[in-house]
Design a protein around this ligand. Structure first.
Ligand code: SF4
Length: 337
């Protein structure tokens, strides 16, 4: 797949005080991408008359370059101790994406340029742990691999954590651009997780992301580079032929990865879900979606959240966990939710 190229770039004035901000400014101008300068990276307002689909497409083609002001990190329970946000959103257009739903009209891509200040803040948060391991999730608000070719921030982050005795980094991606991360010092302090699914789900719902083959190839490279590795199977969906498809995904994965490493693989399993709010947004943005959004055939978990009814969920859990145990007997299944 091709790397993301913005159709328009908005640069916050203050971002030009940082070398990455100036570098990006020059690069985009050289590439002939229209660049505009704005007062605040939080005040980005496209034409309000746009249809929901047009607005969504606009946000996914727009890159905002800004300075991160809030350097007190939020909790990221249960995935990690803190959220570490170097960028927000991503160029993918996954129909069910909870991030796009939460961000609403702010789904545009944003990269922060004050990397050194963010790393200083990480140090302070590690110190708060008073000698305990402190973990940070780099994908709570974005897919950091998708914009790495522009910023190089993930590489810096991994190298930074390699030197932090008590700091650990986690990230998850649906992209495959990992080549600049293979020969760097990571000290096994960064856990890479790839979000994978059946070919059916990827083709129908995960637009503009890497194919399954590309993700598996990238995962193999990451494993060979010695990183701790894991997979998130999400959203797990039930549709005609789902068992055969998930079997194929796991079989393919097992044939491509080595199993002799000391580091066990981790699996996180998340079944398909939607909320009253996401249903509305998905139907507006993707009028022809094949996602199943009928409330009556799902179980209402409360707070407007819908999942598969108990019996179906149990069947899904048993099948997927059984196949993981079959293909990866030493893997750790962290949770099914
Ligand atoms: S790749 Fe991840 S963050 Fe990007 S649209 Fe898909 S689910 Fe959302």
């Amino acid at each position: 797949m091709k790397q993301f190229k913005a159709k328009r770039v908005l640069i916050e004035d203050q971002a030009l005080e940082y070398s990455l901000g100036r570098k990006l400014d020059e690069r985009f101008k050289e590439e002939g991408i229209p660049v505009e300068y704005i007062k605040s990276h939080n005040r980005v307002s496209p034409d309000e008359q746009m249809s929901p689909t047009a607005l969504f497409n606009w946000t996914k083609e727009t890159l905002v370059v800004g300075v991160k002001k809030t350097l007190r990190f939020k909790s990221c329970y249960p995935s990690a101790d803190y959220r570490l946000v170097m960028n927000t959103s991503c160029p993918g257009k996954c129909e069910y994406c909870y991030l796009s739903t939460n961000l609403g009209s702010a789904s545009y891509l944003r990269v922060y340029v004050n990397i050194e200040e963010i790393l200083e803040a990480v140090k302070k948060h590690i110190a708060k742990g008073e000698g305990k391991i402190v973990s940070f999730e780099a994908s709570s608000s974005s897919d950091p691999v998708a914009v790495e070719h522009l910023t190089g921030s993930l590489k810096k982050l991994i190298e930074f954590f390699a030197k932090e005795e008590k700091g650990r980094l986690r990230l998850v991606t649906k992209f495959a651009f990992v080549d600049n991360l293979l020969d760097i010092k990571h000290n096994q302090h960064t856990r890479f997780r790839f979000s994978i699914n059946s070919n059916y789900v990827i083709k129908n719902f995960e637009h503009l992301t890497a194919t399954l083959d590309e993700r598996i190839t990238a995962a193999r490279k990451i494993q060979q580079a010695g990183y701790p590795l894991g997979f998130i199977l999400a959203p797990l969906m039930i549709y005609d032929g789902w068992q055969k498809d998930y079997e194929q995904t796991l079989k393919k994965l097992s044939s491509e990865l080595t199993t002799t490493r000391n580091q066990p693989l981790s699996f996180e399993l998340i079944m398909y879900r939607f909320t009253t709010r996401s249903k509305k947004l998905i139907e507006a943005r993707f009028p022809n979606t094949k996602l199943k959004l009928d409330k009556d055939s799902h179980h209402h978990k409360g707070f407007g959240k819908y999942v598969y009814p108990e019996e179906k969920a149990e069947r899904l859990k048993e099948f997927i966990e059984g196949r993981i145990r079959h293909y990866f007997p030493r893997a750790k299944i962290e949770y099914f939710t």
